[in-house]
Design a protein around this ligand. Structure first.
Ligand code: HEM
Length: 487
């Protein structure tokens, strides 16, 4: 059995149970583990830990076993451009026919090995998205219009996909962590680290350098997340022990980790060319709040009732939500339909991530992290610096969205189903407002010299960005329709 102790280096948090509820008295139920039983193949792949952070606890399985060779072969021949430069099935619009002709209904009933189940989930979701969106991609390439997707997911994908999803507790659709990004990398050299030059993609739609850069840049950012997990838990523990010095050092560690993540994010510009993004983006679109699927999708052999799901999106990453929850930003988001989308996004992630984030949110509320930070001017400055890192992330991210998407398409909805010009600014605005509020409540006289300069810089920048953002969104709203529509 696992020992329930505090999180330390190398620890994982137990795949949480049906028993978890948010509420102060139930906090202990998410007791943190100190030992990983890597040999236990029935433990889910995504267990948050001080060693692996938000990445899977074992490297993703890069290739399916021989028994699934028809699926493996389809996925290897699928990308627009294959490794040798020749066109794949999606380039000629032959993927759908190949699925119908070649793919048996694999029996997955007896499977319990989570590493294999996760690989099958990744691969069936790739096949499902390619199948459903292939007609949209063909039309978009000639007319910059997505038209309609396929309405029925055939049973040779739908049936095993739903079964595998149930076994790993996810929705039966392409997902950020479990499919496209965080379960889609392999190391080139086993001995090497999780750095960009040592990583390759397992599956792809376009097969281009830009798609590789887009996906793997997420992975290299998330490779810093073990620090986030350790410092977040450390900050909460420090408040519980009323140890201000430790609180400040843990929050400083958190700040430095976010800074490294933001620095890594900046590499996106050189690793993935903005003009290329719309070429593979079609395949990561969802079926919810998208014109391509006005009636949803029927999963043949599963149910006659159509279903819809949000598409793959970094919005399902856990690093920024961790900051939002720990720093008590989440509860300050405005109550509006856009914020409801933010909450809905949070259900599209591995269960253990979700439970960890819920835990952090409830614990930060219970311990009143913000209030604790604000009681001491220098703690407040470090707290503000962390909020500023969340701002830096959202600000750069908004710039990505303008350069990679808004400049190249008039489609009004992002892959996750959020309105393209209002949703991201909704959260960025809330963070800018919070910076203003926190900064106004810091007693500047009590700050060290360096913290004084830091607070001043952060405040001025946030005020300037706020003025600019408001004008920018007002202008963009005149060009994009239905930007208040979220369902
Ligand atoms: C070219 C690069 C990128 C583009 C064009 C882009 C685009 C978008 C868009 C349009 C959304 C809105 C949600 C939706 O899909 O409906 C979104 C959300 C989000 N993406 Fe990205 N993204 C990029 C890179 C990244 C990276 C590298 C990360 C790192 C993990 C990331 C994390 C997020 C997060 C956390 C959100 C939610 C933002 C919030 O809570 O305010 N994205 N992204």
């Amino acid at each position: 059995m696992f020992a329930l102790r505090n999180l330390k280096n190398g620890a994982v948090i137990r795949p949480l149970s049906k028993h978890f509820k948010t509420g102060s008295s139930l906090m202990r139920e998410i007791s943190l583990l100190t030992e990983v039983d890597d040999n236990n193949s029935t433990h889910q792949m995504f267990t948050v830990g001080g060693k692996n952070g938000f990445l899977p606890r074992q490297e993703p399985l890069p290739e399916l076993p021989e028994k699934y060779s028809a699926l493996e072969s389809l996925l290897q021949r699928m990308p627009m451009q294959l490794a040798d430069g020749s066109p794949g099935l999606l380039a000629s619009g032959q993927f759908g026919d190949a699925v119908r002709d070649e793919l048996p209904i694999y029996d997955v009933d007896s499977l319990t090995d989570q590493r294999l189940l996760s690989a099958l989930f990744r691969d069936y979701t790739f096949a499902a998205s390619a199948y459903l969106l292939e007609p949209c991609d063909i039309l978009y390439r000639s007319q910059s219009d997505y038209g309609l997707g396929r309405k029925v997911l055939p049973k040779n994908i739908a049936v095993p996909l739903v079964k595998v999803s149930n076994k790993i507790n996810s929705k039966p659709f392409m997902e950020y962590a479990l499919s496209y990004a965080l379960y889609n990398y392999k190391k080139i050299s086993d001995a090497g680290g999780l750095i960009y030059d040592n990583l390759a993609l397992i599956r792809a739609f376009a097969g281009s350098e830009s798609e590789k850069g887009f996906v793997l840049n997420h992975v290299t950012m998330v490779s810093h997340s073990p620090g986030l997990v350790r410092f977040a838990v450390g900050s909460l523990n420090a408040i519980e022990a009323n140890d201000r010095e430790k609180f400040n050092s843990q929050m400083s560690g958190l700040f430095e980790t976010y800074e490294s993540i933001n620095k890594e994010m900046e590499m996106m510009w050189s690793r993935s060319v903005p003009e290329d993004y719309v070429k593979f983006r079609t395949f990561i679109m969802g079926t919810k709040n998208q014109t391509m699927f006005p009636d949803g999708v029927i999963y043949e052999g599963v149910s006659d009732n159509p279903v819809t799901y949000r598409g793959e999106s970094g919005a399902n990453d856990s690093m920024v939500p961790l900051g939002d929850n720990l720093l008590q930003i989440s509860e300050l988001m405005p109550e509006n339909p856009l914020t409801a989308v933010l909450r809905d996004f949070r259900s599209y992630r591995p269960t253990n991530h979700r439970e960890f984030l819920d835990y952090v949110q409830a614990k930060a509320q219970q311990l009143r992290l913000k209030e604790y930070a604000m009681k001491d001017a220098n703690s407040a400055a470090i707290y503000l610096s962390n909020i500023d890192q969340i701002r830096a992330f959202r600000h750069r991210h908004w710039n990505f969205t303008k350069e990679y998407i808004i400049k190249h398409t008039s489609h009004p909805v992002a892959t996750g189903g959020s309105p393209i010009v209002t949703w991201l600014p909704n959260q960025l605005n809330a963070v800018l407002d919070l910076i203003n509020e926190v900064s106004n409540n810091i007693d500047r006289q009590k700050l060290s010299e360096s913290n004084s300069v830091r607070v001043e810089e952060i405040t001025k920048r946030a005020q300037a960005q706020k003025r600019f953002l408001d004008r920018e969104v007002a202008s963009l709203k005149t060009k994009f329709k239905n930007q208040d529509r979220t369902e």
